[in-house]
Design a protein around this ligand. Structure first.
Ligand code: GDP
Ligand code: MG
Length: 410
């Protein structure tokens, strides 16, 4: 049976399309070893049945998140007969970034331009034929939600499967184009499958690629240093360079296929776009970043939370009153931050356990040497290591800040 993979950004409508295509045949499980949903089902309405797999939502094929690794390994190792790349038409540029990576694989591909109902409602239009010509891949306008054109989409994919496809890249004319071309030849000679895809990743210094092809990685690095870095008189950050080249190409060649009926006011933007507008604003971005960073450290290490001790003099006096051990956990000059409170509480606990341990051993008649070894050596050492734990925990759990941003964006 033919196997099609649905690939696209999170929230592009993959699962909605998957459900529209597979109906009741869907089987939901997990990808091996991780708690990432795996949906698989059969499309039966076409000229032949097709196995459909819903890949995790991803923004790129780099190996940084479990989702990326799963999607990448699937398209490379499981040899789907066709990739259906779902593109959220209301976020064309951002979504096409992944498209430019997927098209580097030697796999037949179809772009499903989704959310076209939203586009219609807004009065925006995309010149699909122009887009199709420029990407070099069939593009089908669909609405996964209203199930518009989903059968046509599969038909186009079934057509695409009939001819073998060789990967194409939008990076040919970029600064690193020649490095990619050379790496592609080297990998081809080595008999590597999907040489273009791997060549791009090798030039990006993708850790998996560099490990798999160390000799070629060295050659690429030498080539860049000798031939390309000089042009700039500086070191090249290949990954950033390539990401930049992709976006530039998308803006130059693909964006113009979209005609907006009008400019949108801030209130009409999606939450995600609103968050981006504020958080990545040219002027506000860095101050906001610094404030968040300060807040994270403040909540982790400060002994004067929210500066209460400084603002309310009585607060400081009250705290300075003879501190019981318990009170000392919470107050120093002012109120302690959660990080410091946990740090103190753990310290209190471990030293209490240490005391009990010492008393117990003494009662058993242990020698000074044994006492020193167990209490100061083993327990003391363990406590010292443990004592870092709360603040590290709070520091990384300060992700509440990011979580709030995430929830707001969702
Ligand atoms: P996934 O993360 O790619 O699996 O995206 P989902 O299938 O979960 O869809 C994300 C959201 O977009 C859901 O609220 C869907 O109802 C909505 N959605 C998906 N396709 C369409 C569409 O064609 N039109 C509209 N208006 N909404 C859609
Ligand atoms: Mg989904």
């Amino acid at each position: 049976m033919l196997k099609f993979a649905l690939a696209g950004n999170p929230n592009s409508g993959k699962t909605t399309l998957f459900n529209a295509l597979t109906g009741s045949t869907a089987h939901v499980g997990n990808w091996p070893g991780v708690t990432v949903d795996k949906r698989e089902g059969v499309y039966k309405k076409g000229s032949e049945p097709v196995d459909i797999v819903d890949l995790p939502g991803i923004y790129s094929l780099s190996p940084y998140t479990p989702e990326e690794v799963i999607a990448r390994n699937f398209v490379l190792d499981e040899h789907p007969d066709c990739i259906i790349n779902i593109v959220d038409a209301t976020n064309l540029e951002r979504n096409l970034y992944l498209t430019t990576q997927l098209m580097e694989l030697d796999v037949p591909m179809v772009v499903a331009l989704n959310m076209t109902d939203v586009l219609d409602k807004r009065g925006d239009t995309i010149d699909v034929r122009a887009l199709e010509k420029r990407i070099g891949i069939p593009v089908v306008e669909i609405s996964a939600l209203k199930e518009t054109n989903v059968d046509l989409l599969v038909e186009r994919a079934l057509e695409a499967v009939k001819t073998a496809r060789t990967g194409e890249t939008v990076l040919k004319d970029s600064l690193l184009g020649s490095a990619i071309a050379n790496a592609e030849i080297a990998l081809k000679l080595k008999g590597v499958e999907a040489p273009l895809f791997h060549a791009v990743k090798l030039v990006e210094k993708d850790e998996i690629e560099v490990k798999n092809h160390p000799a070629e990685a060295k050659a690429v690095e030498a080539f860049i240093a000798e031939n390309l870095a000089g042009k700039r008189g500086e070191k090249i950050d290949a990954e950033a360079e390539i990401a930049d080249a992709r976006y530039k190409y998308i803006t130059a060649r693909f964006s113009s296929t979209l005609t907006r009926a009008r400019k949108y006011s801030f209130d009409e933007l999606s939450k995600s776009d609103k968050a981006d507008k504020v958080l990545t604003n040219k002027w506000a971005g860095i101050p906001i970043f610094l404030v968040i960073l300060f807040a994270i450290f403040h909540f982790t290490f400060s002994e004067n939370l929210l500066f209460l001790g400084s603002i309310i003099p009585a607060f400081g006096e009250w705290c300075a009153l003879e501190c019981s051990a318990i009170k000392g956990v919470f107050f120093a000059g002012g109120l302690n931050s959660p990080g410091v409170i946990l740090f103190n509480a753990l310290d209190l606990l471990t030293s209490q356990i240490g005391e009990w341990l010492g008393a117990g051993l003494e009662a058993l008649g242990a020698s000074d040497a044994v006492l020193g070894l167990v209490c100061d050596g083993i327990w003391g050492g363990l406590s010292a290591v443990l004592s870092f734990l709360p603040q590290i925990l709070v520091l990384s759990c300060s992700s509440p800040f990011w979580k709030i941003a995430d929830i707001w964006r969702a």
